[in-house]
Design a protein around this ligand. Structure first.
Ligand SMILES: [Zn+2]
Length: 160
């Protein structure tokens, strides 16, 4: 068997398909990139609080007027439903802290449909754009998953 010939033929067959395949992967990669600089700090430890509670939860719900912050479709419109959950924008499993700057108020449906991925740039920027119309003036619309050691130290796990 002439391996050189087989490889050359295989490459010649596949070569015309490479540019569109690379193009599709480049588009997918560009669509899932997060906004630079908003994610958790390097070596940030996981928040002891798995869920929003107390004042952190109240703040997330109140600044959203207790209404879901999700989009009606992808990045457009605001969900009309009542907020039921305070949700991590950068997932807790990906070191997103349980702090209001990494929280959003969601209805049950939006909370269920949200995956465990870091938010894509268009998700974060459209949330911030919507927030400008309903957040109280003193509240920061920006998503920020950085938490200081001191801030995380206030989140003590309750002893069982
Ligand atoms: Zn919703």
């Amino acid at each position: 068997m002439d391996w050189a010939k087989i490889l050359t033929t295989a490459f010649a067959t596949a070569a015309p398909m490479l540019p569109p395949i690379i193009g599709i992967f480049a588009v997918i990669f560009a669509l899932i990139l997060p906004v630079p600089g908003r994610g958790p700090r390097i070596l940030q430890r996981q928040d002891s609080w798995r869920r929003f509670k107390g004042g952190a939860r109240r703040e997330v719900m109140a600044r959203a007027g207790n209404r879901c912050e999700g989009a009606v479709f992808l990045a457009w419109g605001r969900c009309p439903d009542a907020a039921e959950e305070a949700d991590h924008i950068y997932p807790w499993s990906k070191y997103g802290p349980t702090t209001p700057s990494n929280g959003q108020a969601l209805c049950k449906g939006h909370n269920r449909n949200k995956g465990a991925m870091r938010p894509a740039w268009w998700y974060t920027l459209s949330l911030e754009r919507r927030r400008r119309s309903y957040f109280p003036p003193e509240a920061d619309v920006r998503v920020n998953a950085k938490a200081s050691k001191a801030e995380l130290a206030t989140h003590v796990k309750r002893k069982p």
